[in-house]
Ligand binder design. Structure first.
Ligand code: AMP
Ligand code: ZN
Length: 466
């Protein structure tokens, strides 16, 4: 298999340290709010990657953290802890919102058929281990204390900017050179980052721990290094995240992990491009963002969103619009219906089955081309193979794509009362005219729960049965 590697910037042969075993680490969510569908694009593509590695026979050991402390609103180690900000917003404790949004995240994953990683570690459960590693970095001369915080000294690390393709011009790396960024003047070098915060402006930091440097809390980057090293060992094969994680998060993870273990840490870096909306990158900090529940309330099947994402390559930015989701949702319903109508009687033609699986592998083996893999599903349906062979191929392919097509069955047709639906559509239009959007949304939701999806067009509202 070949996979693009952000570290080498080439499509490389996928190799592992131990034959047949993949040690895979995924940066988990910061649980101060719901995950938006952009975050979930990243988790879905990582899920496809994990399942495909298993499909071709690897034993995948996968770990993910849950960020419930230390991720500040600014990458320059300034700003507020996102968790503290989220807790204030909801008048709850940090631990309450951490639980609420961790549960919500895994519910979204379930709706999107994303498998739970084997090992999941909340950062707050590992603080003692972070302190041990920070102490060791300080003893080795990679960390310094300034203004009460412990910093990692990036000037000591070789190839600091390799992953992010940063300039190694030393002048660029000095503090105070750029006036456009909010810099922490305690740092010796511009890219130095906090391993442990003690002196900070966040007096209301709710979660704090004792440490050799005073009461405080860990920086964000140290959590992923420690959680990965502790659970997956010193040789990591695959590290994943969205492209915004490349710098500074993953760059800093490499610097501190390699300083701690004294050798190369992770060989392959997999990054998923962003989901954008028409205003740019979808992000939680913008305030308005789309979640799986929003899509469901509008009547979309979450798997139609999965289908929408798989139709495009993970290394290309993807723009979300309701029009394009509608197209995918319609295509998904048709695909599901076609698979459902396949008979389960007869004998599987193994030659044909193998040839379908080979086409699927060909697509996935070259940098996880899920769009091509979806085309293979259509090729199977169009082929002259008998129905059971088609079903067998689709079941196997869907063990990776997870579009809910495995053993798809035709649902019994619902009785539809068109008159009633049209009456509700008129009531909704009237509510919208009167700016009573709550009522309008309520009608949409009520119908969606019955499997009736409203489609707004310039010519008026129509509906479809899911
Ligand atoms: P966070 O919860 O902010 O720590 O992000 C969780 C994951 O989502 C990380 O891997 C991010 O890189 C990724 N991510 C953030 N924004 C987007 C986006 N708009 N599209 C795709 N992935 C994203
Ligand atoms: Zn991370």
């Amino acid at each position: 298999m070949k996979l693009y590697n952000t570290l080498t910037k080439t499509i490389d042969d996928f190799k592992t340290h131990e034959e047949g075993v993949v040690k895979m680490y995924t940066c988990g969510p910061t649980v101060y709010h719901y995950a938006h569908i952009g975050n979930l694009r990243t988790y879905m593509m990582e899920d496809v990657l994990e399942k495909y590695l298993r499909f071709v026979g690897y034993d995948v050991k996968r770990t993910m953290n849950i960020t419930d402390v230390g991720h500040l609103t600014s990458d320059a180690d300034t700003g507020e802890d996102k968790m503290v900000k989220g807790a204030k917003r909801e008048h709850k404790t940090v631990m309450e919102i951490a639980k609420q949004y961790t549960d919500a995240f895994f519910k979204d994953c379930e709706e999107l058929n994303i498998r739970k990683p084997d090992i999941i570690v909340p950062a707050t459960s590992y603080v003692g281990k972070f302190i041990k590693v920070i102490k060791s970095l300080q003893e080795k001369g990679y960390a310094y204390v300034e203004g009460g915080n412990v910093y990692f000294d990036t000037s000591k690390s070789e190839n600091y900017g390799q992953l992010a393709g940063l300039s190694d011009n030393k002048d660029d790396l000095k503090v105070g050179v750029r006036s456009d960024v909010d810099e922490d003047l305690n740092k010796k070098n511009k890219n130095d980052f906090v391993l442990w915060f003690t002196k900070s402006k966040f007096e209301d930091q709710e979660l704090k721990w004792n440490s050799p440097w005073g009461t405080g809390y860990p920086g964000w980057h140290i959590e992923c290094s420690c959680i990965s090293l502790e659970n997956l060992g010193e040789y990591l094969d695959l590290h994943c995240g969205g492209v915004d994680n490349i710098f500074p998060h993953h760059t800093n993870e490499i610097a501190q992990s390699e300083a701690y273990i004294g050798h190369k840490w992770c060989t392959q870096w997999f990054h998923v491009q962003h989901l954008n909306d028409l205003t740019g990158k979808m992000s939680k900090s913008k305030g308005e963002f789309l979640t799986v529940s929003v899509l469901k309330n509008k009547g979309y099947n979450p798997l139609a969103y999965r289908f929408f994402c798989l139709q495009s390559h993970y290394r290309k930015p993807l723009t979300f619009t309701y029009d394009s989701l509608d197209n995918s949702a319609q295509a998904y319903s048709k695909l599901y219906a076609k698979v459902s109508s396949l008979s389960t009687e007869g004998e599987v033609d193994n030659d044909k089955l193998n040839s379908f699986i080979n086409s699927f592998k060909e697509a996935m083996d070259y940098d996880l081309n899920t769009a091509q893999a979806v085309t293979v599903l259509y090729d199977v349906l169009k082929s002259d193979a008998n129905d059971v062979t088609k079903r067998a191929a689709i079941n196997e392919i869907d063990s990776v794509l997870s579009l809910g097509l495995k053993d798809a069955k035709e649902e019994t047709k619902k009785e539809v009362d068109e008159e009633r639906i049209n009456k509700l559509i008129s009531e909704r239009a009237e509510a919208k005219k009167n700016k009573d959007y709550a009522k309008a949304d309520e009608i949409r939701k009520q119908l969606s729960e019955e499997g009736i999806i409203l489609i707004d067009t310039p010519q008026g509202t129509t509906f479809k049965i899911q």
